[in-house]
Design a protein around this ligand. Structure first.
Ligand code: PMP
Length: 444
């Protein structure tokens, strides 16, 4: 039967999912898949958890939709308080709810501009960001993204934002080696600010750990402390895009918590509702809220489904579940075990260049030559090749690549639900290594 659903690849046939349970998904042929990437690093507490279903059911019986200019709701208010409790340190954070990570970063951009406008700084309009990075698919979010293949069709519409190198030590674009580099990639931010003029820059945005564009790029210690110092000294806001790293994925509540730095604005998505409902958030610090409260007293953004009570009830139940079951501890122990097993199993595989990770966010980078770290030719599409092979074996993993030949490495992300058990990790590693070895042998 002809399908009218626009899927990522229009000619490929996709398995039809019937149900999920814990770390597993099942299709209509009865095949079982390990959800080794929590979808797109989203289903972080696993599928069909009864507590979340009950909370959603109970909310649906009361009310599913209200419009945000007419009503507030209990779940939305409680969710904002819970998020503040989870992320605040010395300063409170207010929540602006949206529906996707792209909307969360796009809202962050707008809030940053508004913050300066409220203080009469109307020229501060630019956002600085990095190659490589991914902040979302809408035009504003894509403008901030250092992701060649997702940008190239729309370049004429995009602002020319990304300017600074990512702290990508394995494929350093500055051709330097850490620690002798003395964090030259962080210092590049200062150079970019001097070039553009601090009076024209509203904010700098970064994923604490680069995800979809680079396969888990973890900066060295000290990197974000330098970045934040440069931002503060130049009166530039720091936006942390925690859409992938937030809500426990790396073993801490926020990815940035691995450094001793707090962001002015935080974007959350994905794991915030663990896939149970579409909801994301832009968290705005008290510092940024203050001139807005004194000035126009409103944030110039919003969507019909913003602060939707049904989605808020799902996200609130997910956050409560993570706390009640101490899942962050599980992320740490499971993450260390999975990383060690993957590193050991990869040692003898020529096409695996590096295995790296924090918590349950792990990247495996493929290279055609381990000594030179040369990426594969784009024609081979190595990450999709491995992802496809793993899927045939019943393992789902997530491809990541900024897609510019020779410039960036190609990696897959392995990021199973937090609740994965040790024997399931062993099975995941076994299937992954089998898939990679088959690809390696077919390539040679
Ligand atoms: N920021 C980051 C760091 C992401 O990883 C993503 C999604 N991969 C986005 C933003 C965009 O989120 P969404 O796909 O929900 O719009």
């Amino acid at each position: 039967m002809k399908s009218y659903l626009i899927k990522p690849n229009l000619t490929e046939s996709y398995p039809v999912v019937t149900h999920g349970k814990g770390i597993y998904l099942y299709d209509d042929k009865g095949k079982q898949y390990i959800d080794g990437s929590s979808g797109a690093v989203t289903a972080s507490i696993g599928h069909a958890i009864p507590e979340i279903i009950d909370a959603m059911h109970s909310q649906a019986k009361h009310v599913s939709f209200v419009y945000r200019s007419q009503f507030t709701s209990d779940p939305a208010e409680k969710l904002a308080s819970k998020l503040n409790q989870l992320v605040c340190d010395k300063e409170d954070y207010w929540s602006f709810f949206v529906n996707s990570g792209s909307e969360a970063t796009e809202t962050a951009l707008k809030v940053a501009l508004q913050y300066w406008q409220e203080q009469g700084e109307n020229k501060k309009q630019k956002i600085l960001s990095r190659w490589v990075s991914y902040h979302g698919i809408t035009i504003g979010a894509l403008s901030m993204s250092g992701h060649v293949s997702r940008r190239e069709r729309f370049v004429a519409l995009l602002e020319d934002y990304p300017t600074v190198s990512a702290p990508y030590c394995y494929q350093c674009s500055l051709q330097l080696i850490h620690p002798t580099c003395q964090l030259a990639c962080a210092k590049e931010l200062e150079t970019a600010i001097l070039r553009e003029g601090a009076e024209n820059i509203a904010a700098f945005i970064a994923e604490p750990i680069v995800g979809a564009a680079g396969g888990v790029i973890i900066p060295p210690q000290g990197y974000y402390e330098q970045i934040k110092e440069i931002c503060d000294r130049n009166q530039i806001l720091f936006i942390s895009d925690e859409v992938m790293t937030g809500i426990g994925r790396t073993g801490k509540m926020l990815g940035l918590d691995h450094w001793s730095v707090k962001a002015d604005i935080i974007a959350l998505g994905k794991g915030m509702s663990a896939g149970y409902a579409p909801i994301a958030a832009t968290l705005v610090s008290e510092k940024v809220m203050t001139p807005i409260l004194k000035g126009s007293n409103s944030i110039m953004s919003g969507h019909t489904y913003s602060a939707n009570p049904q989605s808020a009830a799902a996200a609130l139940a997910v956050l409560t579940y993570i706390e009640d079951h101490s899942l962050l501890d599980l992320v740490k122990t499971n993450g260390e075990y999975l990383l060690d097993e993957l590193k050991n199993a990869s040692k003898s595989i020529d096409i695996i260049g590096e295995v790296r990770g924090k918590g349950l966010l792990i990247g495996v980078e493929f290279v055609s030559n381990k000594d030179t770290r040369m990426p594969f030719s784009k024609d081979i599409s190595i990450t999709n090749y491995v992802v496809q092979k793993a899927k045939e074996k019943g393992l789902l993993i997530y491809p990541s690549s900024a897609g510019k030949e020779g410039a960036y490495g190609d990696a897959v992300i392995i990021s199973p639900p937090f609740i994965i058990e040790k024997h399931e990790i062993d099975q995941l590693v076994k299937l992954f290594i089998e898939a990679v070895l088959e690809v390696e042998s077919e390539l040679s």
